[in-house]
Design a protein around this ligand. Sequence first.
Ligand code: ATP
Ligand code: MG
Length: 379
Amino acid sequence: MAIVSSGSAAPLGRRGRDASGAGVADPEDQQGRAGGASQRLVDAEAAPDEAAEVQPREDSLRPKRLADYIGQSELKQVLGIAVEATRARGEALDHVLLYGPPGLGKTTMALVLAEELGVRCRITSAPALERPRDIVGLLVNLQPGELLFIDEIHRLNRVAEEILYPAMEDFRLDLTVGKGTTARTRSLPVAPFTLVGATTRAGSLSSPLRDRFGLIQRLEFYDLPDLQAIVERAAGLLQLDLEREAALEVARRCRGTPRIANRLLRRVRDVAAVQGHGRIGAELVHQALSLHRVDARGLDASDRRLLTLLLEGYGGGPVGLETLAAGLGEDPTTLETVVEPYLLQLGFLQRTPRGRMVTPAGRAHLGWPAQLGLPGAAA
Ligand SMILES: Nc1ncnc2c1ncn2[C@@H]1O[C@H](COP(=O)(O)OP(=O)(O)OP(=O)(O)O)[C@@H](O)[C@H]1O
Ligand SMILES: [Mg+2]
């Protein structure tokens, strides 16, 4: 088990906003990101207490095996078959690309794959691979069958991508040695390895890179029963006495996202501890999350600010993304990748060619009267 880190932490980027509205940056959130310039090695075979030494909070709630990974049945089925076949053949698993919104379990799945295959997983993120020698260094040090996890792989620069192509395809590095007329190309073998790439924006990946992944899987938002199971599992690990109804309340408010479920559960735990409650019921969840301004559908202060600006400032829209972002003082990418997906999923917001609009359901949720003349509007 070793940690290799270099340089300073990169800005949190899309992590800049605390999606729970709790105003607390959870270390779990910054996983792999604070490491804009850090590389982490995780030994999948390490003893649990050894793993806890590295990232105690973050790793404590992560499922370690495929059987503990809740939901995402299609993903588990596809990868489960691939892992079994790979183990039987004694080869390296085909390269895997995992994409989907933040906090749904991409990094967790990479670690689960390593655990299932009984190999090490080396974790890095694309912004840490700025110079060619960063990626070359990682590749030449890989042992046969090992996993190389590259987070935010859509941010990989051109040079690093070109180095990866032959490495992924033929387990070979093509390096240029020397300059000008004395320049020569040298080929170096790389151990057969598995690249696991994760991204929230699969569309931003270049197609040659995307095409080199044998398994391309999308992670979906979790449904209520799965989220409830995730909350109950986490409550068990945190040794909380949580009623079933209370778990369901947390599940309803976590935006379909396990990371947010875990974070909300921790906020509930804080309030329970301060108020001296042993057993946590739905009422306490309601009280604790209201304190953090998370409402019954999981909307937080940022979501309400966006909808309110649209309603108060622009009569419900349509408004362009840039204008909205400027009005809210948010970065357009954060707005698009972190705030909007859940509002779109709930059907509170609509993206139209002319801009963003609040839907009748969105208006109703914020207690605004229905708009006259629109479908479903009251006469
Ligand atoms: N299927 C699952 N079952 C139980 N817990 C899960 C599951 N998926 C994710 N989690 C929990 O959610 C947390 C966040 O997951 P993870 O870090 O893997 O998300 P991610 O998709 O890599 O996010 P990002 O895009 O921000 O890197 C994990 O620490 C884990 O505790
Ligand atoms: Mg991740």
